[in-house]
Ligand binder design. Sequence first.
Ligand SMILES: Cc1ncc(COP(=O)(O)O)c(C=O)c1O
Length: 488
Amino acid sequence: MGQAPRIVDPSEQGVASLDPGDWDAFRATTHAALDRAIDRLQQAAAGPVWRPTPAEVRERFAEALPADGSGLDAVLTRVEADIAPYVVGNTHPRFLGWAHGAGTPVGLVAELVAAGLNVNCGGRDHIGPVVERQVVRWAAEAFGFPPESTGVFVTGSSQANFLGVLIARDVLLGHGVRVRGLKAEDRQLAAYCSAEAHGCVMQAMELAGIGSGFLRAIETDADGRVQVAQLHAAIRADRASGLAPFLIVGTAGGVNFGAFDDLDALADVAAAEGLWLHVDGAFGALTRLAPSLAPLTSGLERAHSVAFDFHKWAHVPYDAGFLLVRDGGAHKGTFATPAAYLSRAPRGLASGEDWPCDYGPDLSRGFRALKVWLTFQSLGAAAIGAAIEANCAAARRLAGHIAASERFELAAPVPLNIVCFRIKGDTSGAASQELVMRLQERGLAAPSTTRVGGAAVARAAIFNHRTTFADIDAVFADACRVAADLGA
Ligand SMILES: Cc1ncc(COP(=O)(O)O)c(C=O)c1O
């Protein structure tokens, strides 16, 4: 086929181009691949939510490095047979696991355009950082931060939380700690978060070299909010024993059931104690786009930094994590690195004081800003907010079914879009775990599990803008059938 690269003799022409030999054939093949991708999104509800990857398919991915290409047509045929059917399933409206965004058709186009431009957004004077700066301003506007706030794209909130911890560390110890290292400090730092905080906060303390042993997980109330009196007490106790408190990590949308800390109260504590307030708003921060949910994040505008993901509830294609920081000087001072090859010039391509690489550890980085910009420009923030509200309404519907059912019971509050439930009487969690695995294996739905009170419970997180009330009713009916098979 004409899609094989045109092999030329480098000694003859000085090139060994990887471009197609036959552009017309390439165009036809590519248009067909795009059509297939659009078909898949149009028919996202068709077929099983998930199916296991068969052993023989896995084996086909154990081949040696291909010295000779087989051409794009042949490889795309393999994509249809061996890859597309076996993905995680988060585009399907009955995918209810973890905290996955569903993607959008405009996101598909954005990825295509970005791949064609193949922009390195680490720095330099071109439109990539300009678009990224636009997204920073939008995030600042949405969260009530000042327009001069800084921000940076990263893979996801795990990274963004890590960067937030590093900035807070530098704010207490000064940027000289980057050179001296923590061992030179005579003080051990300590940080505070909710018992509902995501595991990546603990990991961030480890990666930062501070140690997760100095992250205090403060108990929460029945709604999953940090108990402020206990937070105060923990900070005082640490100071009394010679530690140096430096950071409070608030949670806006806890991963278990969507708990929100009282961010105003945390901001008061942070101000009184002189601590940095970082908010992990991985999915919950974007509830700011939904007018009816905005009160949940009251106080977010007082945080020093916020981690969140456009790839979750804004449905921008993976990955598009983000860190927003109020104090650009603190942000830049934590990451900017002088290097001869990154010197800025007064004019030309190397001009501009602020490059994205000054705000995080990545130098080479893709054009994530394009897919966010294109998504918000095409769809509008209001439509994304409305989809978030619809997910919460669907969660309330499922919670209503569970609460009224003879087989199941709710295992946690439902403040947002996440419904934790168990089979009645399943104190060990084994039956609820089995229920989830069977639903997944039959391809009917893909909830996940979490632990409540030490036992596994089923967890249905409704993050998909395609999920309808009919899907919710069907998932509940399937869960009832599977539970009946289990003797519940
Ligand atoms: C509350 C919370 N924080 C952090 C994360 C980690 O985000 P990411 O998977 O984008 O690294 C998640 C992921 O679901 C989350 O729900």
